[in-house]
Design a protein around this ligand. Sequence first.
Ligand SMILES: Cc1cc2nc3c(=O)[nH]c(=O)nc-3n(C[C@H](O)[C@H](O)[C@H](O)COP(=O)(O)O)c2cc1C
Length: 344
Amino acid sequence: MQQKQPSSPATTRPGPSRRFCVAPMMDWSDRHYRYFARLISQHALLYTEMVTTGAIIHGDRSRFLGYNAEEQPLAIQLGGSNPEELAQCAALAEQAGFAEVNLNVGCPSDRVQNNLIGACLMGHPALVADGVRAMREACKLPVTVKHRIGINGRDSYAELCDFVGQVKEAGCETFIVHARIAILEGLSPKENRDIPPLRYPVVYQLKQDYPGLEIIINGGLDSLALAEQQLAHVDGVMLGRAAYHNPWLLADVDQRFYADPAPRPDRLQVLAAMRPYIARHIAGGGNMNHVTRHMLGLFQGLPGARHFRRTLSSDIHRTDDPLALYDRLMADMQARMAKRDCSL
Ligand SMILES: Cc1cc2nc3c(=O)[nH]c(=O)nc-3n(C[C@H](O)[C@H](O)[C@H](O)COP(=O)(O)O)c2cc1C
C-alpha cells in the first residue's frame, strides 16, 4: 500500500503528528507488529519497543535500529540515563532515519531501575533534563519523553510540574503522559499498568498549565470514541494494549483522527498484504509465528475469529508448510466474510 505523509490538523509543530500514537510495548510492538499495524493505519505514529542505550552501543545495531521503511512514521524509544550515551544513540537513531527519539521514563521494572532506566528517573528530573539536552544537541530529531504522573513517594502535582518544568527547560516540547503513578516496589510491570488508578484530570491540568507544550495522554484508552474525547483536553493520544489486542481499531484512525478521506482497508486485504512479508521472513530463516502472533486479534468480534486465532496460535506449530496453512486460512476467512456479507 502506498505511503502517505501524515497530516496534522491539530498542530503546526514540525516532525510527525502525534495525534494518534501506538505505544512502545516490549515484545509486542516489534517490527512485525508495526508492519502489520501500518497496513491498517497509514497515519498513526508507531513506536519501537524500548531499546536500551547499552544494547545499541554494545550490541547488534542492525537488530536494534533496523526496521522496514514501510513502518514510517516511526519513533524509537530509548532506555537510559547517561547523557553521553543517550546523545550517541540519538545521533545513531537520526542516521537510521527515525522520525523521533523518545526517552522512557515510565517503565517500573526492577531490572531497569537498577540501571537508572525508566520510571525511577522521575525522581531525578535534573538527570533527565541533562539527557534530553544532550540528545537535542546530538541530533535534529524531535526529542520526546514518555513518563508517569508520578512515582510512589513523589506523586504530588507540584513534583510532576517540577519534572516537566526541568525537562521542558532542556528543550523537550512533547510529553507523553501515562496517567497513573508507578509504584516502584512490590508491583510487577504488568500490575503497574492496571493497579494505580488512572487520573486523566492530572494530565488535562498539565496541558492547561503548560499550553505551549504538546501533551499526549496514555493509559486505559480502549476505544476510538474514548480516545477522541481526549482531544478536547490534550493534543494527542497513545494507545497500547487496545491497539495490540484489537488491531482493527486502527482501521478508523486515518479518517477519524487525520481527516483522511481514503477508504479504509478491509481485513482480507491486510491478510493478503501480509503474505509476501511473511514469505520473505520465512525465506530469511524466520518463523511464521514471529509475525502472525501479532495478528491473532484481526477478526476480533466477527464469526471465524476463534478459528483464525486457533489456527495461528496452535495449528501453526504442527505444520511443516506454514505458508500453505496461511493460504488455507485466507481462503477460509474469505469464505466466512462472504457468507457474513450475504447474511447482512
Ligand atoms: C507488553 C507491554 C510492554 C510494554 N513495554 C513498554 C516499553 O517498552 N516502553 C514503554 O514506555 N512502555 C511500555 N509499556 C507501557 C505502554 O507503552 C503503555 O504506557 C501502557 O500499556 C498503558 O497504555 P494502554 O492502557 O493503552 O495499554 C508496555 C506495555 C505492555 C502491555
